[in-house]
Structures are given as C-alpha cells and as structure tokens.
Design a binder for this molecule. Structure first.
Ligand code: 4IP
Length: 130
C-alpha cells in the first residue's frame, strides 16, 4: 500500500484472519534505525503497526505476500541476534525477534504462507484454463 492511497482505501485495510502476529524490531529502509513494531500476517499480506491495537487501523506498511520471495535467518548485524531477513522484490527488511523460537516461527510461517499463496494462484490459473 502506498502512502498515496485515498481514504476510500481505508475499508480495504480490514485484514483477513490473522495467521501470526507479535512484536518485532525492524530496521528502516533508508534511515537505518530500529523500531519496535507489531507485525500481523494474514494470507495476503504482512503488515506492521505501531502497537498491538491494530484492529481497524491503517498499517504503517503493508507488504503483499506475492511480493515476498522468502524469509531467512541472517547474521548480517552481529550485535543483533534472532534476526531474519524478509526478502521482497524491491527491499530486504531486517527483522529482529525477541527469542530464537519467535524467529523460527516467523520464518516458517511466512515461507509457508508465501508458498500456499503461489499454489493458490497456480490453481486459479489452471481452473481458468479449463
Ligand atoms: C524512520 O525513521 C523509521 O525507521 C521508519 O520505520 C522507516 O520506514 C523510515 O525509513 C525511517 O526513516 P524515523 O522514525 O527516525 O523517521 P517505521 O515505518 O516502522 O516507523 P520503513 O520504510 O522502514 O517503514 P525510510 O526508508 O523512510 O528512511
């Protein structure tokens, strides 16, 4: 979602049922500072918000799951443990979890959601061909 979306788009911010959610610390894109944000994953997108009272609110940023290539553990920043990277078509997000278990959960669930989404797209395409 771009910052240019109109207020009309607000009703589209209603997410599908949340698959996974929780606080993580993320790095900025250009200004590389780290912020604690509340992440919410559903079958279509990963969004982050200022805090856990996200329901009905516009996310700070929302990433289309179809733009996500993969999530994987990284040691890019030596002073930050439990760190994974979320590789998208145009940006790699660095996300630090509170625990190692959190990190593995996020990585597994993101990659699973990405592949089910692609699988769903493929079946839709195949059904349309029939
Ligand atoms: C901001 O720094 C925050 O880190 C933003 O994170 C981040 O945007 C900005 O990245 C960065 O400049 P300040 O708060 O000091 O302005 P958040 O959006 O979580 O608040 P991203 O794109 O990471 O969300 P750039 O790329 O706009 O510089």
């Amino acid at each position: 979602l771009s910052s240019t979306s109109s207020d009309e788009d607000d009703k589209n911010f209603h997410q599908k049922e949340s698959i996974h959610q929780g606080y993580c610390v993320k790095q900025g894109g250009v200004v590389k500072n780290w912020k604690r944000r509340f992440f919410v994953l559903d079958e279509d997108r990963i969004s982050y918000y200022k805090n856990e009272k996200w329901q009905g609110k516009r996310p700070i940023k929302s990433i289309d799951i179809l733009n996500v290539k993969e999530a994987k553990q990284t040691e890019r920043y030596k002073d930050r443990d439990n760190l994974f990277e979320l590789v998208t078509r145009n940006r790699t997000f660095y996300v630090q979890c509170d625990t190692c278990e959190d990190m593995y959960s996020w990585i597994a669930i993101i990659n699973k959601t990405v592949s089910s989404k692609h699988q769903k797209k493929i079946s839709q395409f195949e059904n349309a061909q029939e």
